[in-house]
Design a protein around this ligand. Structure first.
Ligand code: PNW
Length: 459
C-alpha cells in the first residue's frame, strides 16, 4: 500500500475558457481565444469555447460531482474579460458575482478553491490596443486586474496562482502560432516571457504589500515542463538535456528562485533576451510561495549536430534551433491521444531536478493527466489506461516524496472533458465524460478510482 503524507492535497483542475461557455453573457468582453477560434483552420473541426461545458450555468452540478469524488481542492481560473471586459478600468460586477458564487459554493462543500488569475484568455482589447504580452504596459494592466481579484475574493481564496504556463503562452502563442494570439517569431516569445515574469512579480508584490498579512493566503506561479532524458550517456547529450530543461522551465523558474535567467539562455539568445533592471530583480526574486508544476510527458534529448529535423511533438520542444537540441521519443513508450509518451519515471526525475536546483521548494503538481479516445458505452466509460496512467505517475510522485522531495499536492487534469485548445473537443482529458450534444456529465472509471485513492490517501 502506498500512503501519501497526511496533509497531502488532492485536487482536480480546469480553466475558464475551456469549460465556462457563456461567451457573451454577464457583461463578458471578448478574449484572444474567442477571436482566435474565429480564424478558419486554427482549431480542429472549427470548434470554439462559446458553450464548452456550459459550466457558467452548471457550476453547482459540477461542484456536487466534486463533492461526490471527495476532492479536497479545485483549481479553476478566472476569465479576465469577465472581470474587466476591455482589460482595463473598473470591475464588472456581474463577473465578480459569478466567481463569488462559485467560491462560496465550493467552500460550502469543504472544497478549497485554488485560483489561477490567468489561464490564457487575455481580453482582446489588450491584444489590439497594447500588443498583448509583448506590450510595454501589459504587466501593469495584469497587476491592476490581480488587485481587483484579491480585493473581492481574497477574503475566501487562500491559494493564488498568478499565471498558468508562461512557456506555453510565449512559445505556442508568440513563437509557433499554435495558440492565440497566433504569432510567429523567434524574438517575441522571449519578450513575452519577460513581461509575463514581471506581471507575475507585480501581482505578487501587491498581494504581499496589501493583502497577505490580513487575508493570510499564499501566492505562486504554475510552470509546465516535460522531462528531458539524455538520449545517450555522452557528455554532449547530457548537456543537451540539461539545456533543454533550462530553456523550458529554468527560463521562468531561475529568475523567480535565483534572480536571473539561466546562463545558457543569456549566452545563446544575445539581444533577443531582454534584461531585468536591479529593481525588477529585487521584485522578482523570491516571488513565489510554492512551486506550481504542470507535467505531462518526457522526450529524449540529443545534442543537435546539424540541421534540426522538427521532431518535436506539437511544438513542445520550444524553439529548438536556439537550443541545439534534437528531441525524439522512445518507440517503446505507450502514447496518449495527444501522441505524448507515457513515461512515469520522467515525472520523478523532473521533481528531483526541481528539488535540487531550487533548494527544496514546496511543489504542487497543478496538472497531470492524459487524453484518450474515451467512448461512453451503456452509460459508462471504461478508461483502464487512464487509471494506469494516474497510478503509475502517482507511484513515481510517492517515490519522489520518499527521496525527500517536498511534493505537497496533486491536481488531476482535468475534472471534465473540455475545449482542448487547438484540438477542440476531439481530445478528452477529463475524469468526467461530457456528451457535447446534451452536455450530460458522467464520472469515468478513473474518477471512481481517484475517489478511492483520496478516501484512503493512497492505493
Ligand atoms: C496545458 N505542450 O496545456 C494547459 O494548462 C491546459 O489548459 C491543457 O488543457 C493541458 O495542458 C493539456 O494540453 C499544454 O505543447 C499545452 O507542451 C501544450 C503543451 C503543454 C501544456
Amino acid at each position: 500500500m502506498i500512503q501519501f503524507p497526511k496533509d497531502f492535497i488532492w485536487g482536480s483542475a480546469t480553466s475558464s475558457y475551456q469549460i465556462e461557455g457563456a461567451r457573451k453573457e454577464g457583461g463578458k468582453g471578448p478574449s484572444i481565444w474567442d477571436a482566435f477560434c474565429e480564424i478558419p483552420s486554427r482549431i480542429q473541426n472549427g470548434d470554439n469555447g462559446d458553450i464548452a461545458c456550459d459550466h457558467y450555468h452548471r457550476f453547482e452540478e459540477d461542484i456536487a460531482l466534486m463533492k461526490k469524488m471527495g476532492l479536497k481542492a479545485y483549481r479553476f481560473s478566472i476569465a479576465w474579460p469577465r472581470i474587466q471586459p476591455t482589460g482595463k478600468g473598473k470591475a464588472n460586477q456581474e463577473g465578480i458575482a459569478f466567481y463569488s458564487r462559485l467560491i462560496d459554493t465550493l467552500l460550502q462543500h469543504d472544497i478549497e478553491p485554488w485560483v489561477t488569475l490567468y489561464h490564457w484568455d487575455l481580453p482582446l482589447a489588450l491584444q489590439l490596443e497594447e500588443d498583448g504580452w509583448t506590450g510595454d504596459n501589459i504587466s501593469d494592466y495584469f497587476a491592476a486586474y490581480a488587485n481587483i481579484c484579491f480585493e473581492h475574493f481574497g477574503d475566501r481564496v487562500k491559494n493564488w496562482i498568478t499565471l498558468n504556463e508562461p512557456w506555453v503562452i510565449a512559445i505556442l502563442g508568440y513563437g509557433q502560432a499554435i495558440f492565440a494570439p497566433g504569432r510567429t517569431s523567434n524574438s517575441e516569445p522571449y519578450l513575452a516571457g519577460h513581461n509575463l515574469i514581471k506581471a507575475h512579480a507585480k501581482a505578487v508584490e501587491i498581494y504581499r504589500k496589501k493583502y497577505q498579512s490580513t487575508q493570510k493566503g499564499r501566492i505562486g506561479i504554475t510552470n509546465n515542463c516535460d522531462w528531458r532524458e539524455p538520449l545517450t550517456d555522452k557528455k554532449e547529450d547530457k548537456e543537451a538535456a540539461e539545456r533543454a530543461l533550462e530553456f523550458f522551465l529554468a527560463w521562468f523558474a531561475d529568475p523567480i528562485y535565483k534572480g536571473h535567467y539561466p546562463e545558457s539562455m543569456v549566452k545563446r539568445l544575445g539581444d533577443r533576451l531582454p534584461k531585468f533592471t536591479k529593481e525588477e530583480i529585487q521584485m522578482i526574486k523570491g516571488s513565489s510561495d510554492f512551486f506550481g508544476l504542470n507535467h505531462y510527458t518526457t522526450m529524449l534529448a540529443a545534442n543537435a549536430t546539424g540541421e534540426i529535423t522538427q521532431n518535436n511533438v506539437f511544438g513542445n520542444g520550444g524553439l529548438s534551433e536556439d537550443q541545439d537540441v534534437e528531441l525524439s521519443a522512445d518507440p517503446n513508450w505507450e502514447k496518449t491521444a495527444m501522441q505524448w509518451g507515457i513515461v512515469p519515471w520522467g515525472c520523478r526525475k523532473l521533481l528531483e531536478w526541481i528539488d535540487q536546483r531550487y533548494d527544496r521548494p514546496e511543489i504542487y503538481i497543478t496538472e497531470n493527466g492524459c487524453a484518450l479516445d474515451d467512448k461512453i458505452i451503456n452509460g459508462e466509460v471504461h478508461d483502464p489506461k487512464r487509471i494506469k496512467f494516474y497510478k503509475t505517475y502517482l507511484e513515481e510522485c510517492h517515490k519522489a516524496i520518499q527521496n525527500g522531495v517536498a511534493l505537497k499536492g496533486y491536481f488531476a487534469w482535468s475534472f471534465m472533458d473540455n475545449f482542448e485548445w487547438a484540438s477542440g473537443y476531439a481530445k478528452r482529458f477529463g475524469i468526467h465524460y461530457i456528451d457535447f450534444e446534451t452536455l450530460e456529465r458522467t464520472p469515468k472509471a478513473s474518477a471512481k478510482w481517484l475517489r478511492e485513492v483520496i478516501e484512503q490517501n493512497g492505493f
